[in-house]
Design a binder for this molecule. Structure first.
Ligand code: NI
Length: 205
């Protein structure tokens, strides 16, 4: 394959991903209000989420099944992120603080999309800055790719740098139910107040 045709394919794939992301941004909240079942496939499987097997900050393997019985508040990002990731994790932290005791029913989870640099140790030091009990998950490149695919997360390494690279990535926050199934997503710009309201609504029901 020529370099030019490789670039064409990369561009086409990128556009499909961009359209899919935009689709989630604009359809998610609307669908939740008018047709909660519409985001499910005909087999009843949620389109977002699913099984994952990753490694937590202590080096222990964690699967999605470990969190059954709790709501999961999931965010994908990376510890070297200069702005969006720490801001979003801080928003999650403040939203959970606003919930008070009910927050005990929510497990905040930060999953890296940069496993090459985000080792369990790095993840542990990083999540310690945020809500107590927040779990940081990393894994092999293949494990991270599988988890990201399940959650429809887009990510890509900045080209041309070996060490101090940035990652391009989608920044949604996912709320999953105690059964592990998808409930809703929140956009990266969500405020702590808005997130707390979404959490309170679903925890209360
Ligand atoms: Ni980021």
């Amino acid at each position: 394959m020529t370099r030019r045709s490789q670039m064409r394919i990369a561009l086409a794939v990128g556009m499909v991903v961009a359209v899919a992301i935009l689709g989630f941004v604009f359809r998610g909240p609307l669908l939740e209000r008018i047709a909660p079942r519409a985001v499910m496939t005909s087999t009843g499987t949620a389109l977002i989420g699913g099984p994952f097997a990753l490694v937590d900050q202590t080096g222990a393997t964690r699967t999605d099944a470990d969190f059954r019985g709790k709501f999961m508040l999931v965010y994908f990002g990376y510890t070297y992120c200069p702005d969006v990731c720490p801001t979003t994790l801080q928003t999650m932290t403040e939203a959970l603080e606003r919930l008070g005791k009910a927050a005990a029913r929510v497990q905040p989870i930060f999953i890296t999309i940069d496993p090459a640099r985000d080792t369990p140790k790095v993840m542990g030091q990083y999540v310690a800055h945020f809500y107590p009990g927040m779990i940081g998950l990393t894994g092999t490149a293949a494990q991270i790719a599988a988890a990201a695919r399940a959650y429809r997360v887009y990510y890509a390494k900045e080209a041309g740098r070996d060490q101090d690279y940035l990652m391009d990535h989608s920044g949604f926050v996912y709320l999953m139910g105690p059964d592990g199934k998808y409930i809703t997503i929140m956009p990266p710009q969500v405020t702590a107040g808005q997130m707390a309201a979404v959490l309170a609504k679903h925890l209360g029901g």
